[in-house]
Design a binder for this molecule. Structure first.
Ligand SMILES: N[C@@H](CCC(=O)N[C@@H](CS)C(=O)NCC(=O)O)C(=O)O
Length: 202
């Protein structure tokens, strides 16, 4: 039994999209919950068991899995047939794990600090900054159409997400812009927008 706690137009939208891309939406109970939003609206939902009131939260047979990267890895391992992840024993499993971890450990802090207009030598020393993120992405995407090679994967779904939320953050780099377009041209990208529009809380 899989349950996803989801709030429309939030970080958990990526997990709904992943479930769609995996073709398993019908195997998951999606519970719509409210969250505290940056604009001061909303609030933690008592129906959401996440200890911090956040989304996404996936619960599988009573076990809670939190943090987007962990949930993506968990789901692509659980449903390997779609080929959106890399199972143990696959040559590029390590590359797949690295992109997922790099997103949570580096890209999100870098993007949040940049959006907040915060800079500090400690932050630069620890995470580097936007130019380094752009350089890492473009180094790969100038060689292959997707982060893991010729085909779209859950790593693309995750790493493209900040540019979907904040198009103004898109760097003026052709390989990255083309990659965003390729990822967002997939039917699941439109379907998740429609899903969220249909489930938006009042
Ligand atoms: N690192 C976490 C971040 C989760 C997160 O901050 N989610 C936001 C939604 S975009 C949230 O639930 N905010 C409500 C709150 O902070 O109370 C992840 O990626 O899963």
């Amino acid at each position: 039994m899989l349950t996803l706690y989801h709030s429309p137009r939030s970080r958990s939208s990526r997990i709904v999209r992943l479930l769609d891309e995996l073709g398993v939406l019908d195997q998951v109970d999606i519970r719509i919950v409210s969250i505290a939003r940056n604009d001061g609206s909303g609030g933690a939902d008592p129906a959401n068991p996440h200890p911090e009131g956040k989304v996404p939260l996936l619960v599988h047979d009573g076990v809670a899995i939190w943090e987007t990267s962990a949930i993506i890895l968990y789901l692509t391992d659980l449903f390997p047939v779609a080929g959106l992840g890399r199972v143990v024993g696959t040559a590029d499993r390590g590359t797949y794990l690295s992109w997922l971890a790099w997103y949570g450990d580096v890209v999100e802090p870098v993007i949040v600090c940049a959006a907040a207009g915060i800079s500090h030598p400690f932050l630069d020393a620890t995470f580097r900054g936007v130019p380094e993120v752009v350089a890492r992405l473009s180094a790969q995407l100038s060689k292959t159409p997707y982060l893991l090679g010729e085909a779209f994967s859950a790593a693309d779904l995750l790493l493209v997400s900040p540019y979907v939320w904040f198009p103004e953050a898109t760097p003026d780099v052709a390989s990255i812009k083309d990659w965003i377009d390729r990822c967002q041209a997939r039917p699941a990208a439109q379907r998740i927008m429609d899903f969220d529009a249909a489930h938006t809380l009042p």
